[in-house]
Write a protein of this length. Structure first.
Lengths: 169, 169
DNA sequence: CAGTTTATGTCAGCCTTGTTGACATTCCAA
DNA sequence: TTGGAATGTCAACAAGGCTGACATAAACTG
């Protein structure tokens, strides 16, 4: 990335903040996100699921036994929207919903073995692309990548993200 | 980002390629993309438009006089889908569609003054967030960010992205 | 205990934005 | 002149967002 390294190592150099650079960053996000979702999308299509199912599987796997409400906060959708997805996942035997032990109004969500299998397939496809990108860019670039992404999140979301990270680091 | 810098500067250190690190990267992409789209989304809602309109405005502004076909390739949607968006933008007087001079089957797309105004408002909101993130992370991180994003794109897309960059660098 | 709040689920209906398929128009090029 | 390319349009459909309304059970509170 020729002109990227031009702005790197600058310090007082603010070329990386020009509108042109920022617009390029915006386009890079757009195109990269497409690549980021492309591989799981192909797998999901075979099973008749969409990205919404992937997100649910991902975060249920990530925080075993999470409640519906917690998932709503993480995903930032309405309960009706999540419920539609969750219902099909439960019906299809990918997710198990257990009545909460402490608070019986709550439902604790878990992946079944079948759900875990699909989650791993989806995740592996996505991780494979990340792995290739990380390897191509190198550890220092990856650190910068994560720094910028984290700075781009909404404050509240960053807190959730950080918690999630800390809990399983 | 404490543990990010742990893996940075490693070289032979491959900690940044562990599944856990990759999963964190995946989540960072997910959350960051939400932040990335949040500000323009709010503006679009006021005008009764969606992200699809934003994308069209962005790329029409980016490559003045682009054809519909070219836009289809960049956006990666069907012409019917794009056409619906384009039609409303033209009806609302944000986009002008001129019959091609060389090839009169083609339509060359331009922003009107009104379209340019909205595009700048959307873009400025998005750039403001990028600017803040870039400033917080610093030029070296930004270079890494761009490297990883570029490596994450599909090959064909990366070619388009690179062309677009070179043409207006 | 009665009343309120909380967590969840569900029904109905709407919107945006993606998809396919069919078909018309225009016009370049062989 | 005919074939194919570029574009546009119509119809129908699906996923996955949304809101509003309502039901239930459980927990909390005075």
């Amino acid at each position: 990335m020729a002109e990227g390294s031009t702005s790197a190592m600058g310090g007082e150099n603010l070329l990386f903040l020009t509108d042109e650079q920022l617009r390029k960053g915006i386009e890079a996000m757009f195109f990269a996100y497409r690549g980021f979702t492309a591989d799981p999308d192909r797998i999901l299509e075979v099973h008749g699921y969409g990205r919404a199912h992937h997100r649910a599987l991902h975060f249920i796997n990530r925080t075993h036994g999470t409640t519906v409400n917690n998932l709503l906060n993480i995903l930032g959708v309405t309960k009706q929207s999540l419920n539609r997805v969750l219902r099909t996942l439960i019906e299809d035997g990918l997710v198990e919903s257990r009545v909460g032990r402490k608070d019986r109004r709550e439902r604790n969500l878990f992946l079944t073995e079948k759900g875990d299998t699909l989650e791993r397939a989806l995740s592996e496809a996505q991780r494979e692309r990340m792995r290739a990108a990380y390897r191509a860019a190198g550890p220092q670039a990856v650190a910068g990548f994560r720094q910028v992404l984290e700075a781009m999140m909404d404050d509240e979301i960053r807190r959730q993200y950080t918690n999630m990270r800390d809990r399983r680091a």
